[in-house]
Design a protein around this ligand. Structure first.
Ligand code: AMP
Length: 281
């Protein structure tokens, strides 16, 4: 497996692969790989001739008081893990390669970025949409792979690709969890043992919501209240949001009909975790 740091090098690698008749899969990541990322890479491996994984902690998607500086990084370990699942090349550009002096172009997806993580992290999806557009233009993949763990992000990218006529397939991969249910995240390493235990309330409360819906509950406010109460009962947890929207349209809903996204963001100390589930109304 190769590691390249410049746009010219990754373009040349992809050009050669295309000449050899290969289709190209792209898995964008911020690194510090875990089983969730590896699952995206395996899916890409199954479907594409070559697999490009990007490892880039994208500064434009972090707010001024967020964890950009301390975001965990370990390229050597990432390279070992990516090679094991059959990634052909890692694209790991320095910040100046992606945002050289004078940079001033951004991609704004409207409406579906106004709630949930879009509301609690102003500018976040603008940074995501911008870097993903750049990666698509650099790599020109046939398919790109995203995790359902970041459900709103996956919808934003799907919308953007459709709206801007980007000629590729967007594949969404189910959330990979720890054996005890915690959604895998690079940020889980921030949690101390007490917070790690407390964080189980996320998957636990989503499960309870699914059970309530199975038992016939259709009132969105009641489902939100149930989840909020369960999380408030955990003293180490501080709710950022618990929200329910139609899925995939992300419109407000009062009663469940069809699919809805129940998504939450909760802080444990300085660490903000997200999780979600699709409710079947
Ligand atoms: P990140 O490095 O956190 O930006 O994530 C890179 C990609 O991996 C995104 O498409 C995420 O949605 C996806 N991802 C992160 N965690 C998980 C997980 N637990 N299960 C599935 N996909 C994930």
């Amino acid at each position: 497996m190769k590691i390249v740091h410049t746009i010219a090098e990754i373009r040349e690698f992809v050009r050669q692969a295309r000449l050899a008749g290969c289709t190209v899969g792209l898995v964008p990541t911020m690194g510090y790989l875990h089983e969730g990322h590896l699952e995206l890479m395996r899916r890409a491996r199954e479907r594409c001739g070559i697999v490009v994984a990007s490892v880039f902690v994208n500064p434009t998607q972090f707010g001024p008081n967020e964890d950009l500086a301390r975001y965990p990084r370990d390229l050597e370990r990432d390279a070992r893990l990516a090679a094991e699942v059959g990634v052909d090349v890692i694209f790991n550009p320095p910040v100046e390669e992606m945002y050289p002096p004078g940079y001033c172009t951004y991609v704004d997806v409207e409406r579906i970025t106004e709630n949930m993580c879009g509301a609690s992290r102003p500018g976040h999806f603008r940074g995501v949409a911008t870097v993903v557009t750049k990666l698509f233009n650099i790599v020109r993949p046939d398919a790109a792979f995203f995790g359902q763990k970041d459900a709103q992000q996956a919808l934003v990218i799907r919308r953007m690709a459709a709206d801007l006529n980007m000629d590729l397939e967007i594949v969404t991969v189910p959330t990979v969890r720890e054996p005890d249910g915690l959604a895998m995240s690079s940020r889980n390493v921030y949690l101390d043992p007490e917070q790690r235990r407390a964080a189980l309330v996320l998957a636990g409360s989503l499960d309870r919501a699914v059970e309530a819906v199975r038992a016939g509950e259709r009132d969105v406010l009641q489902i939100r209240r149930l989840v909020e109460e369960l999380i408030r009962a955990e003293p180490l947890a501080r709710i950022d949001y618990v929200e329910i929207y139609s899925y995939p349209g992300l419109e407000p809903v009062e009663r469940l009909q069809g699919q809805a996204l129940l998504a939450l963001a909760v802080k444990f100390g300085q660490t903000r975790l997200i999780d979600n589930v699709i409710l079947e109304g």
